[in-house]
Design a protein around this ligand. Structure first.
Ligand code: ADP
Ligand code: MG
Length: 246
């Protein structure tokens, strides 16, 4: 579904992604793990072009972009690619002045120009999917962190993205609230939603991912099936990192 080839990303003189090559298979969950500062968030943000790589290639489904220094892709191509993705952030980032349902349908109304009744019907179905149809009219501040994150997931799914990108989706939550978010992600995984999840929570990765990618200092150190990467890591550095799980 997603293919990255020879992707490099720098902020000024600081190179934070080095020659990233990665395939995210359709219908599977891929977890990006690694210590803080290893480049997980930046990699996710390059996939939906919140950050522009300096060079390399990004292919998402049938759309392909080749990056070249000083020649950014056309804005229309960036927007078209971004619309193929849905993004979930660590801190939910709901619109505080909109209720749960309006948070979910805002993009459908403004970007996709759906009529209100059609958008709300779709939005309610998505809130139902994350177990929050009864909170449609609640304001974000009236919801727990876990509920806010479930609304954020419903919002990310609203425009039927081809891939769901999640950046530390449970890291701001207490364990019990994280659990309800993990349950929702597991349901989506079971339905065959393609997901790329950055997390330093190895339990979440072990729980939910088919593929695991271990990053360190902006490089992919190891990539493999979740079971193999956790149980029989090939690289010493991966072994050191995942041993903290057991
Ligand atoms: P992770 O998500 O794995 O913790 P990040 O992708 O957030 O890692 O960060 C990788 C590196 O890039 C870090 O050294 C971080 O300080 C740096 N970085 C991230 N975003 C920016 C930015 N907008 N400007 C400058 N440096 C950044
Ligand atoms: Mg991060």
């Amino acid at each position: 579904m997603i293919s990255l080839q020879h992707l490099n990303k720098s902020f000024g003189s600081l190179q934070v992604l080095h020659d990233i090559n990665l395939n995210v298979p359709e219908g599977q969950v891929t977890a990006l793990i690694g210590p803080s500062g290893s480049g997980k968030s930046t990699l996710l943000r390059c996939v939906n072009l919140l950050e522009l790589p300096q060079d390399g290639t990004l292919q998402l489904a049938e759309q392909r972009l080749d990056f070249q220094p000083k020649r950014p892709p056309a804005q229309s191509a960036i927007l078209a690619l971004r619309r193929r993705t849905g993004m979930v952030f660590q801190n939910f980032q709901l619109f505080p002045h909109l209720n749960a349902l309006d948070n979910v349908v805002e993009g459908l109304r403004t970007v996709h120009r759906w009529a209100r009744s059609k958008a709300e019907q779709h939005g309610l179905a998505l809130l139902d999917k994350v177990g929050l149809a009864h909170k449609a009219k609640a304001w974000p501040h009236e919801l727990s962190g876990g509920q806010q994150q479930r609304v954020a997931i419903a919002r990310a799914l609203a425009s039927s993205p081809q891939v769901l990108l999640c950046d530390e989706p449970t890291s701001a939550l207490d364990p019990e609230l994280a659990g309800e978010v993990v349950e929702v992600l597991q349901t989506l995984a079971a339905e065959g939603t393609t997901m790329l999840i950055a997390t330093h929570d190895l339990r979440l990765a072990a729980h939910i991912a088919h593929q695991v990618v271990f990053m360190e200092a902006g490089r992919i150190v190891e990539h493999g099936a979740a079971q193999a990467l956790f149980m029989q890591p090939q690289q010493a550095r991966t072994r050191g990192y995942v041993s903290t799980l057991f």
